[in-house]
Design a protein around this ligand. Structure first.
Ligand SMILES: [Zn+2]
Length: 478
């Protein structure tokens, strides 16, 4: 029997404001535990929360970028539950009137595009962080620094039909959030978290199957792996005629399997009610319009522009735009270097591998775009070959020196002086009679071996084009 997978995602992203959502405490990551707290975020009696305006702006910006309708009547609600990481015993969130609703995001699945509905985007506060480490297995620790960090909850419609589409949704959403500069989206720091709802049904059915909820996935790859596991598990149960239970599952990264956390019977009743300490207010249309008019160019639009302006393929364009900083770097370089395809190759190839080796982003790299384009021009003019150019790039990043300086200091300039090249070539021909004979007998490839020898003797500095010409010429006349 063939089945259809139905997936919906719930993403929580921490907004990158300097202070928390309802108090002035710092949101800086990595401080000592419980040093960024105050009576408000600790939920001490008698305190009053005040909304951080910046979080609201960030939220509206995101909602507009996700094509949502904005609810101008801003109201907060209390979600009541007791948990050790929540000192107030309730979380301030939004319930019946979320900040925004009914939007969509477009994903590109191979050459097809698909719109994924956004149910709602709302603001809330983060809870503290429980730490279950240490020698004493009987106790846990809690860090309230995270309590009150502004969170945006982005809920999708169950519109995804495969784990692969869920992965694309997440990468697209992350790119948008980065372009908007509202969150650092760092999953390792917990700035971006994702839960998934998943069910299966017979192909053609319109009724949704019983869903399970997946939690505890620490990377987009983890989300995909957990969903793939869950599809298989549910199909197996169905095939055996067993019932799929509605439950919350945790993804065990080490064992690569899901484990049950709680069943529906244990589900919470949050007893939502309007937050009495925050007076509802109306968000002025002018403010919404101002945010709308100042939205930056988003990934989808940038891709189209890269394809038309720089004549790049969808493939190249997608790689560049998926990282805002890489795309910015490309555009800066493109101002002084017009061989766009070559530039794109260099950024995706040599430059990206330098970034990966150093585990940094291009914005943290001490390399000015102009310096890279100078290097590419030197290589294009034939002063150094491509291989040398790559080692020069590594040196530039390492030392901060210019390409010119490095080439001069290390005497890397390509040997394009024909008499010097002829001398090396003649020696190579003399020392390698067999490959020379092979070439003469029609084995074209033999010349590449000879060329390799010349490059070796010239310490990689020979002009490859000239070497080939000289080799052919000398062998013919030998
Ligand atoms: Zn505080």
């Amino acid at each position: 029997m063939s089945y259809e997978t139905v997936i919906g995602l719930e993403v929580h992203t921490q907004l990158n404001t300097k202070s928390k959502i309802f108090c002035g405490c710092s949101t800086e990551f990595g401080a000592s535990a419980n040093t960024q707290v105050c009576p408000v975020c600790l939920g001490l009696p008698g305190v009053l929360p005040v909304l951080n305006h910046k979080t609201l702006k960030h939220a509206v910006k995101t909602a507009l970028a996700l094509n949502c309708s904005i609810e101008s009547f801003i109201k907060f609600d209390r979600k009541n539950y007791f948990y050790p990481d929540l000192p107030k015993n309730f979380q301030i969130s939004q319930y019946d009137r979320p900040l925004s609703y009914k939007g969509h995001l477009t994903i590109k699945d191979k050459d097809k595009t698909k719109k994924i509905g956004i149910t709602r985007v709302h603001l809330e506060e983060d809870a503290g962080k429980l730490i279950h480490e240490g020698d004493d297995a009987a106790s846990s620790y809690v860090d309230f620094n995270r309590t009150g960090i502004p969170l945006l909850e982005i809920v999708s419609e169950p519109d995804m039909r495969s784990p692969g589409q869920a992965y694309l949704y997440l990468t697209t959403l992350k790119a948008i959030l980065k372009y908007l500069d509202v969150s650092d989206c760092d999953m390792e720091k917990g700035s971006l978290r994702c839960d998934a709802n998943i069910s299966i049904r017979k192909k053609g059915d319109t009724k949704l199957g019983t869903k399970t909820e997946l939690k505890n996935m620490n990377s987009f790859k983890g989300v995909k792996a957990a969903l793939e596991f869950e599809v298989k598990r549910q199909i197996k149960l169905k095939e055996k005629g067993e019932k799929i239970m509605q439950q919350t599952l945790l993804w065990d990264e080490k064992k690569q399997k899901t484990v049950s956390m709680r069943t529906k019977e244990e589900a919470h009743d949050y007893r939502y009610f309007p937050e009495p300490d925050l007076v509802p207010f109306v968000l002025k249309q002018e403010e919404i319009d101002t945010i709308k008019n100042n939205l930056p160019e988003l990934p989808e639009a940038r891709l189209s522009r890269f394809m038309s302006e720089f004549k790049l393929s969808v493939y190249d364009g997608n790689i560049l735009i998926s990282d805002k900083y890489l795309a910015d770097f490309f555009e800066e370089c493109a101002k002084t270097y017009k061989q766009y395809k070559n530039l794109s190759n260099w950024i995706q190839g040599a430059l990206s591998s330098e970034l990966n080796n150093r585990k940094i982003q291009v914005k943290d790299l001490k390399l000015a775009p102009l310096e890279l384009t100078k290097l590419l021009k030197i290589a294009d003019e034939g002063k150094i070959n491509n291989l040398t150019a790559k080692t020069v790039l590594t040196d530039m990043i390492h030392t901060g020196k210019s390409a010119d300086t490095i080439i001069k200091e290390k005497n890397l300039a390509q040997i394009s002086d024909s008499s010097a090249l002829e001398e090396i070539t003649d020696n190579v021909i003399k020392d390698n009679p067999k490959p020379v004979g092979d070439y003469k007998n029609g084995k074209e490839n033999a010349i590449m071996f000879l060329m390799g020898q010349v490059m070796k003797q010239s310490k990689g500095k020979a002009n490859p084009k000239m070497v080939i010409e000289i080799l052919k010429e000398r062998i013919k006349n030998a």
